[in-house]
Design a protein around this ligand. Structure first.
Ligand code: FES
Length: 128
C-alpha cells in the first residue's frame, strides 16, 4: 500500500493506492478523501472592536478576509467549505474578537493565540 497526504490551499487530500495480490488481474484501487479545511492565521492577536447592539456581523473564520476580523467573502474562492460566523450582539459593547481564527469560543478571543501552535505558525500573507 502506498499513501500520500498533501495540503492544498484550502483542503487536505489523502490518496491511498493498494496493489492487487501478486498474480491478480485487478487494477490498483485509489481512494480520495478530504478533511475539513483549516483557517490561515491573519493575526496572532485579538482585534478590539466596538459592536452595535442589534446589528448583524459576519466574523471571518477562514482568515483570508482583508477586512479582519470581519468577512469580505474571500472564503468563497480561497476556503471553500468554510463560512463566516454570523452573530448579532444584544447591546452595544466593546469586545476582543479572535484574530488568529483558532479560538474555541468564536468569534471571541479565548487566549488560544498564546499557544505554541499559533505563536510558531506562519502569518498569512496577502499576495493578490
Ligand atoms: S486571537 Fe485567536 S484566540 Fe486570541
Amino acid at each position: 500500500m502506498i499513501a500520500f497526504l498533501t495540503k492544498l490551499p484550502s483542503r487536505w487530500i489523502s490518496l491511498t493506492f493498494r496493489q492487487p495480490p501478486t498474480g491478480a488481474t485487478v487494477a490498483p484501487k485509489a481512494n480520495l478523501s478530504t478533511a475539513p479545511p483549516e483557517p490561515v492565521v491573519p493575526s496572532k492577536k485579538p482585534i478590539k472592536v466596538e459592536l452595535i447592539g442589534g446589528k448583524h456581523y459576519s466574523w471571518c473564520s477562514c482568515g483570508y478576509s482583508r477586512k479582519q476580523p470581519f468577512c469580505d467573502g474571500a472564503h468563497k474562492t480561497r476556503a471553500q467549505g468554510m463560512t463566516p460566523l454570523r452573530f448579532v450582539p444584544e447591546k452595544d459593547s466593546t469586545v476582543w474578537l479572535c484574530g488568529c481564527k483558532h479560538t474555541n469560543n468564536p468569534p471571541y478571543c479565548d487566549g488560544t493565540h498564546k499557544q505554541d501552535f499559533i505563536v510558531s505558525a506562519p502569518l498569512h500573507e496577502y499576495t493578490d
